[in-house]
Design a protein around this ligand. Structure first.
Ligand code: SF4
Length: 371
């Protein structure tokens, strides 16, 4: 394996890494001393992220470009990717400032909409303030499909249920398109909350459902419920939520519709990683940002098979200790004696993980080999 190259932030490729390419060519198996590292057949950036990253790169590299390039928050939830663009000259707006983009940017600046979109009112204001050639819209087509479905049903007065995480930017962007003056919106984070909503449905009374997850409860139409899900939710969990809600609605003779909006790239990815876990690996490393929903789902999956560590990158690894994100602690912690002298190690790299971060981890194993 090559020694780690010294890259400038701008010089590291988000798409291509020589050691990752070699690993792919070897069927995803890399041997470093007595450690056997396993990657699935396909890993890393999904189609939606590839598209978003390419559009931003093209925008930054456009010959004769004038004005500044503003990213409305993180373009995807990955530190390396966002730092890469910042180093290339993009301005990354922190969440509280995203809504102030119209006041902050000049008319000859360019505004980049992230892969999971922005709320509808902000989207409208941006399109009024900037000409089309100054807007780079990287919204993923899977996300757009959800918006089309909820907007149509909301206009017809359906109650909309979103299986998603209330704080996630995608769920917030979808929520903003799922509410009209004449309908109600409910966010369902997990199957347990679905049980509470089903109970409310049977009583035909929303009291008892967490009020912070319910908008315009006085507009609930108990005879029709349309459900979508945040694209990165686990398919299996979405089916549990769907079954509980559909049963409650149909028992009352109502109509239930679901738009299967789980992103297929994510589901195929989960299936591949599940297969990898079933190969009897001793432990798993999940490379990525803990703010990424997809990365956390991969970590959750890996943890059901054995020790699994969510790491931000290669710098987290040493032979005798590892710095990793703990979902229970809510921050990074250190664990010692994590690495057996000989081991099969599954490497997880989700839809937002760039090739250079995966390559760095492969090279790190070569560096920390014990004599
Ligand atoms: S994970 Fe799916 S929905 Fe999200 S950007 Fe990738 S392809 Fe699109």
């Amino acid at each position: 394996m090559r020694e780690r190259e010294s890259h400038s932030r701008r010089g590291r490729s988000l798409f291509r890494d020589p050691d990752v390419m070699a690993a792919r060519a070897a069927g995803g198996r890399v041997t470093v001393g007595a450690w056997r590292l396993h990657l699935p057949r396909v890993f890393g950036f999904c189609g939606g992220v590839l598209n978003a990253v390419r559009l931003v790169e093209e925008c930054l590299d456009r010959p004769g470009r004038t004005g500044r390039v503003w990213l409305l928050g993180e373009i995807i939830h990955n530190r390396t990717v966002n730092e890469h663009f910042r180093a290339a000259g993009a301005r990354l707006l922190a969440e509280p400032d995203v809504r102030r983009i119209i006041e902050i940017a000049s008319p000859d600046d360019t505004v980049v909409i992230p892969a999971f979109g922005v709320p509808a009112d902000l989207d409208r204001r941006i399109r009024q303030a900037f000409p089309p050639e100054r807007i780079v819209d990287t919204t993923c087509r899977y996300v757009q499909r959800i918006w089309d479905f909820v907007a149509e049903r909301a206009a017809e007065g359906w109650t909309i249920a979103i299986h998603g995480k209330p704080e996630h930017a995608e769920t917030q962007a979808t929520s903003s398109r799922a509410l009209t003056p004449g309908n109600a919106l409910v966010v369902v984070p997990n199957p347990e909350t679905a049980d509470r909503l089903a109970a409310a449905w049977r009583r035909q009374d929303p009291a008892g459902y967490p009020p912070e997850l319910l908008r315009q409860p006085d507009r609930i139409a108990f005879d029709r419920l349309a459900m979508v899900n945040q694209t990165t939710m686990l398919h299996t969990e979405t089916f549990l939520v769907r079954d509980r809600l559909a049963d409650a609605v149909r028992r009352l003779g109502g109509r239930f519709e679901i738009c299967d909006t789980v992103c297929h790239a994510t589901q195929e990815e989960l299936a591949r990683y599940r297969a990898l876990c079933e190969q009897d690996c001793d432990l798993a490393l999940v490379i990525g940002d803990h703010s990424s929903s997809n990365t956390r789902e991969l970590h959750r999956l890996a943890s059901t098979f054995g020790p699994a560590y969510l790491i931000a990158g290669a710098a987290a690894l040493d032979a005798d200790r590892i710095r990793h994100y703990s979902p229970t602690a809510g921050h990074e912690i250190e664990t010692s004696d994590w690495l057996p002298r000989e081991a099969d190690i599954a490497l997880f790299a989700g839809a937002s993980c760039p090739a250079c971060d995966i390559g760095d981890v492969l090279r790190r194993f070569a560096q920390i080999q014990r004599p």
